[in-house]
Design a protein. Structure first.
Length: 151
């Protein structure tokens, strides 16, 4: 169900954001880590921060649009750029490639659902991140209990 998937995505976001807060500064100022390793690590630590950043970008683009700065293709460019920024655009390519390769056009009907999943993930991760950043926010990540483990 959507609710259980949303809870899992929120748990991942909380845990990842907690790790980012804990290790970002340590990695940045670590003397034995090279520049490229630092860049790679910092980008990886910030991956779950992309959803809130993208929502800010959407809000800024819509504000500019309604203020009259509406260049042709601005919203289409924003949609494509944000989807590929998050990394979920690979799913669209896979469905399109599979449709082309095996000739079954029915698979293309999945694309709206893939987009819906993308939007729902952005909403869940952004909500979890904002709740952690607010004063009194829940910043503790609880490990997902596995079979036979205590929660």
């Amino acid at each position: 169900t959507w609710d259980s998937r949303k809870k899992q995505v929120v748990r991942w976001a909380r845990g990842h954001n907690q790790s980012m807060a804990r290790y970002f500064g340590k990695l940045l100022f670590h003397r034995e880590t090279g520049l490229w390793e630092k860049i790679d690590g910092l980008l990886l630590l910030g991956v779950y921060f992309m959803s809130p950043l993208m929502v800010v970008g959407w809000a800024a683009a819509m504000t500019l649009w309604y203020l009259g700065y509406n260049k042709p293709g601005l919203l289409v460019l924003l949609a494509v750029a944000t989807s590929s920024t998050i990394g979920n655009f690979a799913t669209f390519f896979e469905v399109a490639a599979a449709t082309q390769l095996d000739g079954t056009r029915q698979r293309a009907r999945l694309i709206p659902y893939i987009f819906l999943g993308f939007v729902m993930t952005v909403v869940a991760v952004t909500g979890a991140t904002l709740r952690q950043m607010l004063p009194g926010g829940r910043n503790v990540w609880h490990k997902t209990a596995r079979r036979g483990e205590k929660a």
